[in-house]
Design a protein around this ligand. Structure first.
Ligand SMILES: [Zn+2]
Ligand SMILES: [Zn+2]
Length: 1020
């Protein structure tokens, strides 16, 4: 035999994943074991079925039946009318216990030989039981007399069409003579000989995209359709997904390399738009849709959905054409686009990617019009919707750098171009690093091209758990000073130097400049040891107004409390004459000249703003993970988004463009309308069939193998422990004895080290903190493999600990024993933790939302084939439903995504947000206009009297800001009026004890948008 071609890394991974899965399933079923010291019913979780009498005698409801079922089966739709003839092959084993003085007293349980019987079934419309005697004899023959089973056929006529349920039922007596275990093990049935027709998944909107056929359903098992009409049960439901390719045009893709687009983009962009036009015509024209309707049996409703989708697709094509035309005709846009490409090329150097994916360029073309028609385009929220891992962040960054260069080329030489928000409290360090890398690329290009203005920089603005709000000279309360414990190293945000990628960064607090600095120590760094243009203290963000601010959503609340937040919606006041002090804001007792540096000696001769103040308003607000803005968080944010819009309009007369990314499109239009009072627009439009569009098509390269597990008879924790234990045991065998493992798994031994690295760290994912902590703890005590190192990544994990764990994952220890073996994680992991070494996951129950399922599982198998065990909490109705539809759930997940519950008309939320609106209007609008300090009630009282402020006018203004000025909002307006009435009464009352304006009124402005129970349901 000639030698096989050299095995690729990819093939090795694929073979290894298949081997791992075989081993886990074997551990669950007990395959290959001869003897056991403990009872098999407390050990195995797959393949077993309990005896019917015992299950009946127990709680006997559907739930307990699912937890320890007494049958497995298949549900079918016969083509013909009764009677039916079916062949059912039954496979099973038993476990029998020897007496105490048996041959192996330490391991008294032994496994019987395989029972394999072909049962012939001939049944009419009444159904019946078959093969009982045959099976009883077979069990007796393998040494388990007394065990009993039968094939039971139920005919169900109450559905539209007749359905047959063919099951193997364990009919053993609870106490069989001589046996202590009445379970059957390693059970399987195979049904053949019956012509069937598929089930149809119920119709949902745009179902024209999906294959709705389901050949058969399992009962407590998965079903494999081996050949037409032959169905076999499987203990788990395995679904393999494949890596997409990012081009589906008829011709070769245009050259979309950064280098070409930096040099001469127009011909390539034109080719891209032309190719899209050809594709759209070929897939969406009325005649094509008509042909599909006939061939696939679409209803009129489905055709209506297809026609609507076609309309959106052609509108998208038109937007790309408009974008291309703007690049042709507007030199400053073309230049900004080219410089952006040059910058991205720079930041991607040495990282193995040099080209855009076509959809990324498509998005840029579709969105670029906002630069020249900001008002018109601000009416829309553009959302990038693409499979996780597709490159959404880079798409954002392309748009953001284009806008930043465009700003510089058109006179905005400083200030914030974009404010990018993440919904989670703890912003991902890896995401932040990508922003920093892109901006560093842009900064180098800016210098080379001699483009004026301040350095391109990055600000980091996160909630309480992250970096300091400010640094003070002397300790007061919990404020940070230059000498606080952990300063300055504790606040390192970057993982490496964005200019030269050296990992030896140094944190330093510069007392002269009063700045907390990241410095690169590499002698070859282009920054030559100077502080990197990265600002991680809130007040430094306000002082320097870096080009891009990334942060968490909750931080927007500061707009109602901190007047220096003004720099994120409009102009600061002035510039301090002392070098490195930066922009100034309103005067306060602690900042007498408005400079935020403590004890500034700059005096009152402040410098005016060097550019038109109106240009300080940001051009873009970015929202990552839009689908997470739901329930109370969504309601609160909707009010603050309106407030940000209002302030920017008042201060600059402009409106920021909003760009978002989302994992789901269900209910998207309404969500965007509620959140931003704008219209939603999605890019790219979904294609004509699920999983394929112009921008993407499936390949045969494996992406992830999903395995649904419905644990039987033991706890979920037990299954999780055993699964992780098996995965770790497998990798350790590979470490200790590569030759044997590689031979068994069919792997070329040269790949062993790679596989140890890629599959040596498992993720166990819990949807609650409780689950995660329990999983971490029990692994320590309940495993057969010694020395499993477990680390946790949850919202509770400290910032610097997260960084340390990421570093260990990225650069694992040489010795396998010292590495992290298991990461116990919560949803924190699903947002921007991108580690190519994470390729196996055990999920403890289905997450609450399908979006979370999609995002979380996307954390494994990013570059190499992944393996995901989804342990269903099978007692729960939802998990049971999903287990039944698991293949469709994985393949059509986006269609299972639930609509997002959100409203801006919650009165409970309004009660929380009014104070912020009134506070922000005072800080950001009245105070600067008054040219005096309005920080105390006495001063504001005078101002109110002189300027003619009234409760009625302020209430009306607040209602308008919040979009609660419609006919149906009367109660909301009354609520606002009552609130403002109290606020005014306290303001007018000279005996009131409030020291600051923020203390007036029924309650103070929110400190964080999270100051509302995130899980509480919210109603109109
Ligand atoms: Zn450097
Ligand atoms: Zn100063």
């Amino acid at each position: 035999m000639s030698s096989v071609a050299v095995q690729s890394e990819e093939q090795a991974c694929e073979a290894f994943v298949a081997w791992l899965d075989r081993r886990v399933v074997a551990a669950g079923r007990g395959d290959g074991l001869d003897r056991l010291e403990v009872a098999p019913s407390g050990t195995f979780w797959l393949g077993r079925i309990a005896c019917e009498d015992e299950v009946r005698k127990g709680a006997a409801d559907e739930r307990s039946e699912r937890l320890d079922p007494c049958a497995i089966g298949v549900r079918l739709r016969p083509v013909d009318a009764p009677s039916w003839s079916i062949t059912v092959t039954v496979r099973a084993r038993a476990w029998v216990q020897d007496p105490k003085d048996g041959p192996d007293p330490e391991r008294r349980w032994w496994r019987s030989g395989l029972v394999e019987e072909v049962v012939s079934v001939m049944t009419g419309a009444e159904g019946g039981s078959f093969g009982r005697k045959q099976l009883e004899d077979a069990f007796a023959a393998v040494g388990a007399p007394g065990l009993s089973a039968e094939v039971r056929v139920d005919v169900e006529d109450w559905h539209k069409e007749t359905e047959l349920v063919v099951q193997l039922v364990n009919t053993s007596p609870e106490k069989a003579p001589g046996l202590t275990d009445s379970h059957l093990y390693e059970t399987q049935i195979q049904v053949s000989g019956l012509p069937t027709r598929p089930f149809q998944l119920e119709t949902l909107p745009d179902s024209f995209r999906y294959d709705r056929n389901v050949p058969a359903y399992g009962v407590n098992v998965g079903i494999e359709a081996l050949t037409p009409g032959v169905f076999r049960t499987s203990d788990t439901v395995g679904v393999q997904t494949y890596r997409p390719t990012y081009w589906h045009g008829t011709n070769a893709p245009p050259d979309l390399s950064f280098a070409t687009l930096a040099d001469d983009p127009l011909p390539q962009l034109a080719a891209l738009v032309d190719a899209l036009a050809v594709y759209d015509d070929a897939h969406w024209s009325p005649s094509v849709l008509g042909a599909r309707q006939a061939a696939e049996g679409w209803t009129d409703k489905m055709r209506g959905e297809a026609d609507r989708s076609a309309g959106e697709v052609f509108a998208e094509l038109e937007r790309l054409r408009v974008g291309l035309e703007l690049l042709r005709t507007r030199p400053e846009i073309l230049r900004a686009f080219k410089l952006m490409n040059k910058a991205i090329a720079r930041s991607a150097e040495g990282r193995g990617y040099t080209v855009w994916r076509p959809f990324q360029v498509g998005f840029l073309l579709s969105a670029v019009r906002f630069l020249v028609e900001p008002d018109d385009e601000a009416r829309y929220v553009d959302t990038v919707w693409f499979a996780t891992g597709g490159g959404k962040t880079e798409t954002y960054l392309g748009l953001l750098l284009t806008a930043a260069f465009f700003d510089r080329l058109t006179g905005k030489t400083m200030g914030v171009t974009a404010w990018s928000r993440f919904p989670l409290r703890l912003l991902s360090l890896q995401q932040t690093q990508r922003f920093a890398d892109a901006l560093a690329g842009a900064e180098m290009v800016r210098k080379e091209e001699g483009i004026g203005g301040t350095q391109f920089g990055l600000g980091f603005l996160v909630g309480r758990a992250g970096t300091p709000n400010r640094i003070v000279p002397k300790t007061e309360g919990d404020e940070i000073t230059p000498d606080s414990p952990g300063m300055p190293d504790k606040y390192q945000v970057l993982l490496h130097c964005p200019f030269c990628r050296d990992e030896n960064l140094q944190m330093r607090f510069d007392r002269q400049r009063w700045k907390l600095e990241h410095r690169c120590t590499s002698p070859t760094c282009p920054m030559k040891g100077q502080a990197l243009p990265v600002y991680v203290v809130d007040q430094e963000v306000f002082r320097f107004l870096p080009t891009v601010v990334v942060g968490t959503l909750d931080k927007a609340a500061s707009i109602g409390l901190q007047q220096a937040m003004r720099g994120l919606v409009g102009p600061p006041q002035k510039v301090c004459p002392v070098p490195w002090h930066g922009f100034t804001y309103a005067e306060r007792s602690a900042t007498p000249n408005g400079c935020l540096v403590p004890n500034c000696q700059g005096g009152n001769l402040l410098k005016p703003l060097p550019i038109d103040p109106k240009r300080f308003g940001p051009s873009l607000r970015l929202q990552d993970e839009l689908h997470l803005l739901r329930d109370s968080l969504g309601a609160v944010d909707s009010h603050y988004e309106s407030l940000l819009d209002h302030l920017q309009r008042e201060l600059c007369g402009t409106r920021a463009k909003i760009v978002a990314s989302s994992a789901t499109l269900t209910g998207y239009d309404r969500q965007v309308d509620v959140l931003y009072q704008r219209q939603g627009r999605v890019f790219p439009q979904p294609g004509p069939r699920a999983g394929e569009s112009f921008w993407t098509a499936p390949t045969t390269t494996p992406l992830r193998r999903f395995v649904a597990v419905a644990p039987r008879g033991v706890t979920l924790e037990h299954v999780s422990d055993r699964t992780l234990d098996t995965l770790q045991r497998c990798v350790r065998e590979l470490v200790d004895d590569p030759a044997t493992v590689c031979a068994e798994a069919g792997i070329d031994q040269t790949h062993a080290d790679l596989l140890i690295s890629l599959y040596g760290t498992d993720v166990v994912y819990g949807t609650t903190l409780y689950d995660v902590e329990a999983a971490g703890r029990s692994l320590g005590s309940n495993n057969t493999v010694a020395g499993i190192n477990v680390e946790q990544l949850t919202g509770q994990t400290d910032f610097d600990e997260v960084r340390a764990i990421l570093e260990r994952l990225e650069n694992p220890e040489d010795d396998f024993a010292e590495r992290i073996h298991v990461i116990a994680a919560s949803s924190m992991l699903s947002h921007g933790v991108d580690v190519d070494r994470l390729n196996t996951m055990v999920m403890l129950g289905l997450p609450l939302t399908t979006a979370e399922f999609i995002q979380t599982t996307a954390r494994v198998g990013r570059r190499h084939p992944g393996l995901v065990y989804v342990l269903h909490k099978i007692g729960r109705e939802r998990d049971a439903q999903t287990f039944r539809h698991f293949e469709q759930y994985v393949r059509q997940g986006d269609r299972f995504v639930d609509a997002i519950p959100i409203t801006r008309r919650s009165r409970r939320v309004l009660e929380l947000t009014i104070a912020g609106v009134v506070g922000a209007r005072t800080l950001m609008i009245r105070e600067p206009a008054s040219r005096q300090r309005l920080s105390t009630p006495a001063k504001l009282r005078d101002y109110a009297r002189n300027s003619g402020m009234t409760p009625a006018a302020e209430s009306a203004a607040v209602a308008t800001v919040l979009g609660l000025d419609g006919a149906e909002d009367t109660v909301h307006r009354e609520q606002i009026a009552d609130w403002v009435q109290v606020w005014f009464a306290e303001l007018e009352d000279p005996t009131n004890k409030a020291k600051y304006v923020s203390e007036l009124g029924p309650r103070s402005p929110m400190m964080s948008l999270r100051d509302v129970e995130a899980s509480a349901p919210i109603h109109d």
